[in-house]
Design a protein around this ligand. Structure first.
Ligand code: HEC
Ligand code: HEC
Length: 447
C-alpha cells in the first residue's frame, strides 16, 4: 500500500477537521438531539412495586417507610388520590388543587421564597394556613416620602405592599411523562430560536407576529419541562418533590416538607433508593395519551388548530416526541393592566421601596408554561387553576400573549369552532392506562 505523502496527510487531516466542524454545526443548529428509538422502559417488577407505592395510603410511621411516614405536613395520603382521571396517573378535580405561594423580597429579607400551603398535618401545632403564612410575611407598610429637587419638592405616597402571592394549582395528568422526560433541551431551544427567526421574517409578519416568543425556563439541571411553571427539568426531580410536598415523604435527594411553623425532629428518608427508583419507574412508564381516529372532522379541526395559530405555542411534535402539543415555554395569558393600574400582571412592590428585583429566572405570577394538550379531552377542568370547566372556556381564557389567536378563533364560523373543539376531543387518555385498585382514595377528606 502506498503511504500518503505529507501533503496528503495534511489534506486528510484538514478534511476530517472540516467534517467534524460541519457535523458540529449541524448538531448545534439543526438537530433536536438523539432520536428516541425506544420509549421509556423499566423492569416489570420495578414498575409493579412503584404502582403499589403510588396507590399506597400512607400513615404516620407507616410500615413501608424507613422514616416517620406520612407528614408532618401533607396534601393527601396517596399519589393516586389526586392523579386518577382517565385511569391511574391521570389528572384530578379542583378539590384536589394545591395552594402554592411565593414571597417577594422584603426590606428586611431580600430572599425570594416559594412553597406550598399544606392542607393537613399530623399534629395540630404544625397545621398550615394562609393566615399563618401572612403572619410570617406581613404586609410592608407604605409611607409618604419626599421626592423632587431643591426647588420643587413633592410628597409621594408609597402604597402598602403585600409580599405574599398565593395561587391554586391543579393536578396535571402524568400519562406520557416519561416521553416528555426524553425531549431534549436543544429541541426546545431550537423551536424557540426558529420562532424568533420566523417572527422576524417579513412574510410572516402579517401572520402570527403578534404572538411573542415565550421563554424557556432555566432551572438546575437544564430547561424546565415539568410543572405549570416549568419548575423542574427532570421527571425524577418532580417525583421527589411530589413525595416531599404532597405526602411529606423524604427521599435521599429531597427532604420531606417542613411545617411553616414549629421545628421538627430530623428523620431518615422515608423512601429508600430502591423504593424511589420503583416509583419513578412506574410514573415514567405510564402509557402516553392517544389521538383517537375515526372522526371525519378531526383532520379539518387539526388544520384549523394550525391556521388559527394554536400550534404556534401548542407545537404538535417537539423533538422526537409526536403529538405532545407544547413548546414548553412560558407565556402570559392575562391581559395587560390598564395604564397606571397595578394588578396581578406586574404584581410587586413599588419601585420606590427600592427592594431587590425578583430573580430573572423566577417566572412572574402571570407566567405559565404551555401545557401539553395530549390527553386533554380527559383532564377537565382546565388551566393552571382549574378555572375553565370546558375546552371552549379554556380557549376563551387565552388573552395576553395569545390575544390575536383567540380573536381568530372567535372570528371562525360556529361550525369551524365546533370542528376545532372536536379535534381537541380526540386527544384522549391512553386506553391502556392502569385502573385504580381502590377508587375510594379519590375522595379527599378536607375536614
Ligand atoms: C394533593 C394532590 C396531589 C398529590 C397527592 C400528588 N400530586 Fe402530583 N401533582 C399535583 C399537582 C397540583 C400538580 C401540578 C403542580 C405544579 O405544576 O405546580 C402535580 C404534578 C405532578 C407531576 C408533574 C407532571 C408534569 O408533567 O408537569 C408529577 C410527575 C407528579 N405530580 C407526580 C406525583 C407523584 C409521584 C405523587 C405521589 C408521591 C403525587 N404526584 C402526588 C397534585 C398532587
Ligand atoms: C401564546 C401561546 C399560546 C397560544 C397561541 C395558545 N395557547 Fe393554549 N395555553 C397556553 C398556555 C400558557 C396555557 C396555560 C395557561 C394557564 O394555565 O393559565 C394554555 C392552556 C391551554 C388549554 C388548557 C390545557 C389544560 O391542561 O388545562 C387548552 C385546552 C388550550 N390551551 C388550547 C388552546 C387552543 C385550542 C388554542 C388556539 C385557539 C391555544 N390554546 C392557543 C399557551 C397558548
Amino acid at each position: 500500500m502506498r503511504r500518503l505523502s505529507l501533503a496528503g496527510q495534511r489534506r486528510l487531516f484538514l478534511l476530517s477537521v472540516l467534517g467534524i466542524a460541519a457535523f458540529g454545526t449541524y448538531w448545534g443548529f439543526f438537530s433536536d438531539g438523539l432520536p428516541i428509538i425506544w420509549g421509556p422502559s423499566a423492569r416489570a417488577s420495578e414498575v409493579a412495586q412503584g404502582r403499589e407505592l403510588f396507590e399506597h395510603e400512607w400513615e404516620p410511621n407507616d410500615p413501608l417507610s424507613r422514616g416517620d411516614g406520612l407528614g408532618p405536613v401533607f396534601n393527601a395520603k396517596s399519589c393516586a388520590s389526586c392523579h386518577f382521571q382517565g385511569g391511574l396517573g391521570g389528572g384530578g378535580a379542583n378539590e384536589h388543587n394545591v395552594t402554592s405561594f411565593e414571597v417577594f423580597p422584603r426590606p428586611n429579607d431580600p430572599k425570594f421564597v416559594t412553597g406550598t400551603v399544606h392542607n393537613f398535618s399530623t399534629d395540630s401545632t404544625s397545621k398550615e394556613t394562609e393566615k399563618k403564612l401572612r403572619q410570617m410575611y406581613p404586609t410592608v407598610k407604605g409611607r409618604s416620602i419626599e421626592t423632587g429637587t431643591e426647588s420643587c419638592r413633592m410628597r409621594t405616597l408609597i402604597p402598602d405592599f403585600d409580599p405574599v402571592h398565593t395561587q391554586p394549582v391543579q393536578t396535571t395528568a402524568l400519562f406520557g411523562a416519561g416521553w416528555i422526560d426524553m425531549i431534549s433541551d436543544r429541541a426546545i431551544l431550537r423551536n424557540e430560536r426558529n420562532r424568533g427567526v420566523r417572527n422576524a421574517a417579513k412574510e410572516l409578519q402579517l401572520e402570527f407576529n403578534t404572538i411573542p416568543v415565550g421563554r424557556a425556563r432555566r432551572v438546575a439541571g437544564g430547561l424546565g419541562k415539568f410543572g405549570w411553571k416549568a419548575q423542574f427539568a427532570s421527571l425524577e426531580e418532580f417525583v421527589a418533590a411530589a413525595c416531599a410536598n404532597e405526602l411529606g415523604l423524604g427521599t435521599s435527594s429531597t427532604e420531606q416538607a417542613k411545617p411553616l411553623v414549629g421545628a421538627t425532629a430530623p428523620t431518615v428518608p422515608d423512601l429508600d433508593k430502591k423504593q424511589f427508583r420503583a416509583l419513578v419507574a412506574f410514573v415514567k412508564t405510564l402509557p402516553k395519551p392517544v389521538a383517537v381516529a375515526g372522526h371525519a372532522s378531526a383532520d379539518r379541526g387539526k388544520e384549523l388548530f394550525s391556521t388559527v395559530g394554536c400550534a404556534v405555542c401548542h407545537v404538535p411534535d417537539l423533538g422526537a416526541v409526536k403529538g405532545v402539543y407544547s413548546d414548553f415555554l412560558l407565556y402570559t395569558l392575562e391581559p395587560p393592566p390598564p395604564p397606571g393600574g397595578g394588578g396581578e400582571y406586574n404584581l410587586g412592590p413599588s419601585p420606590l421601596f427600592n427592594l431587590p428585583e425578583r430573580p430573572e429566572h423566577e417566572p412572574k405570577p402571570s407566567e405559565w408554561k404551555t401545557p401539553p394538550l395530549w390527553g386533554v379531552a380527559d383532564s377537565a377542568p382546565y388551566m393552571h387553576d382549574g378555572s375553565a370547566p370546558t375546552l371552549r372556556d379554556a380557549i376563551l381564557k387565552h388573552r395576553g400573549d395569545a390575544k390575536s389567536v383567540t380573536e381568530k378563533y372567535n372570528a371562525l364560523a360556529p361550525d369551524d369552532q365546533a370542528t376545532l373543539l372536536a379535534f381537541l376531543g380526540t386527544l384522549k387518555a391512553p386506553p391502556d392506562a392502569p385502573s385504580l385498585s381502590n377508587p375510594a382514595v379519590t375522595k379527599l377528606d378536607r375536614k
